[in-house]
Design a protein around this ligand. Structure first.
Ligand SMILES: Nc1ncnc2c1ncn2[C@@H]1O[C@H](COP(=O)(O)OP(=O)(O)OP(=O)(O)O)[C@@H](O)[C@H]1O
Length: 266
């Protein structure tokens, strides 16, 4: 279980630019859970990920993973069990290296590894199999430079690389947002397939309300540094855009739905 307790975070404390974001954030994510996160701009979604990954430190509060206190564990150590895919297809892959070299890098994550001696060729069948599963034809492009791939192909590769050695927690930070709608649907479908196959604890931030409702088994909504909705179980399984909007209305929270989110529901 990944647990955040009483997290507080203020940026630029004491200055004119002070942002009091989290005053008492509490959430527990079960092993194997696939959680989708929505929320208006600036509601704290990315900061939530930054605090989980150790990219920024909370001011106070506790983060524990499998009952171990990881509140002060540095990011590079947490990255051994926490994988992350970003919105920008440029991140997460090395453009000047081939697909094969990128896959080898991902395979050797956390180990002392250099490309000077070349890639262990015995791994090629495994890499080909993984790439074939994605159905993007990348298995025939092992020697192609990643910089020459389309945004969608590159994001699919980022996803594959982040999960090649199964992380215990996978953070997806709007990883389909920079893609056109068709490619975005393809990548989200692929994501769901990989998450289910590998049974990974996964948290996905999305600005696409339909994706947040369709995928995953729990939905959290952030608003001004608080989690204002937590929908799981049967309620999540049978959730529709209409039901969610009804819920916002009944809780007088329709303001929490910004234009981008509302638009994505159409
Ligand atoms: N490193 C930082 N320094 C100063 N302020 C920050 C920093 N990171 C985040 N903030 C502020 O904290 C608030 C929450 O930002 P965050 O990026 O977590 O929101 P978000 O929900 O991910 O938004 P978006 O949907 O726009 O990506 C914003 O007001 C932002 O300006």
């Amino acid at each position: 279980m990944l647990k955040l307790e009483h997290i507080k975070k203020t940026f630029n404390k004491g200055s004119a630019n002070e942002v009091v974001l989290f005053t008492d954030l509490n959430v527990a994510i079960e092993d194997g859970e696939f959680v989708t996160i929505i929320g208006s701009n600036g509601s704290g979604k990315s900061t939530f990920f930054n605090i989980i990954s150790g990219n920024i430190l909370q001011d106070s509060g506790k983060i524990s993973f499998q009952k171990q206190d990881i509140s002060k564990v540095p990011e590079h150590k947490r990255s051994q069990y926490i994988g992350r895919v970003f919105q920008d297809p440029q991140k997460g892959t090395a453009p000047s290296l081939t697909i094969l070299q990128n896959m080898a890098m991902a395979y050797n994550k956390g180990k002392a590894f250099g490309l000077t001696k070349g890639v262990d060729r015995s791994l090629i069948p495994l890499f080909k199999e993984e790439l074939t599963n994605m159905q993007l034809g990348l298995e025939d492009k092992l020697e192609v430079l990643v910089g020459a791939l389309s945004g969608g192909q590159r994001q699919a590769l980022s996803l594959l690389m982040a999960t090649l050695i199964k992380p215990e927690v996978l953070l997806l930070d709007e990883h389909t947002a920079a893609l056109d709608p068709k490619t975005s649907d393809l990548i989200i479908h692929l994501t769901d397939k990989i998450v289910k196959e590998k049974k990974m604890t996964t948290i996905m931030i999305t600005h696409n309300l339909k994706h947040a409702i369709t995928y995953g088994d729990r939905l959290l909504m952030f608003h001004k540094g608080d989690i204002i909705l937590d929908i799981k179980g049967e309620e999540k399984k049978t959730l529709t855009v209409e039901k969610l909007i009804e819920k916002f209305n009944s809780l007088n929270m329709i303001d929490a739905l910004d234009d981008e989110l509302a638009f994505s529901a159409q």
